[in-house]
Design a protein around this ligand. Structure first.
Ligand code: 5GP
Ligand code: ZN
Length: 139
């Protein structure tokens, strides 16, 4: 897509530190990492939202991300890794070309997700929410 920074990275029009590339996906280091080795896996085709990525490409993104997570553990002595995907501005998406973050984690890295845990008011409220989601699910 014209003007998209990740499309330009995908085509090699602007530089990146590439880690993996095939016909469907590209992985490269994030320019401002949470931890060193933090990387991004993108579809080569432009998709703003992860929800429109074809299944073969989305599957490849997940497999490549998980294998790169293992590589991060082996190469950087990481204890684990996080996947993160922001879909939509309110979810924190800044670059409007879908991408999966793979973030190496160390036991003492001092990074914490600001993860709250609400409670449902009742079983009925929880079941109604589930029913609404199921009704709108299209695969
Ligand atoms: P988002 O908030 O959209 O999920 O994350 C966008 C990510 O892209 C950020 O972590 C940011 O550091 C990274 N990023 C933005 N511009 C560039 C760039 O030009 N090159 C690379 N390698 N990463 C970028
Ligand atoms: Zn793009």
């Amino acid at each position: 897509m014209h003007g998209c920074i990740f499309c330009k990275i995908g085509k090699g029009e602007i530089p990146s530190t590439k880690l993996y590339e095939d016909e469907l996906v590209l992985a490269f280091l994030d320019i401002s990492p949470i931890n060193y080795g933090h990387l991004l896996v993108i579809p080569k085709e432009h998709h703003t939202s992860a929800s429109t990525i074809p299944e073969a490409t989305a599957g490849r993104m997940f497999t490549v991300s998980a294998r790169l997570g293992v590589a991060l553990k082996r190469a950087l002595n990481a204890d684990g890794y996080n996947f993160h995907l922001a879909d939509g501005t309110c979810a924190g998406q800044v670059v409007m070309h879908a991408h999966l973050h793979v973030i190496p984690r160390h036991a003492d890295d001092g990074f914490h997700w600001n993860w709250r845990q609400k409670k449902y008011d009742s079983d009925d409220q929880r079941d109604k929410i589930a029913a609404k989601i199921i009704e709108r699910l299209k695969l």
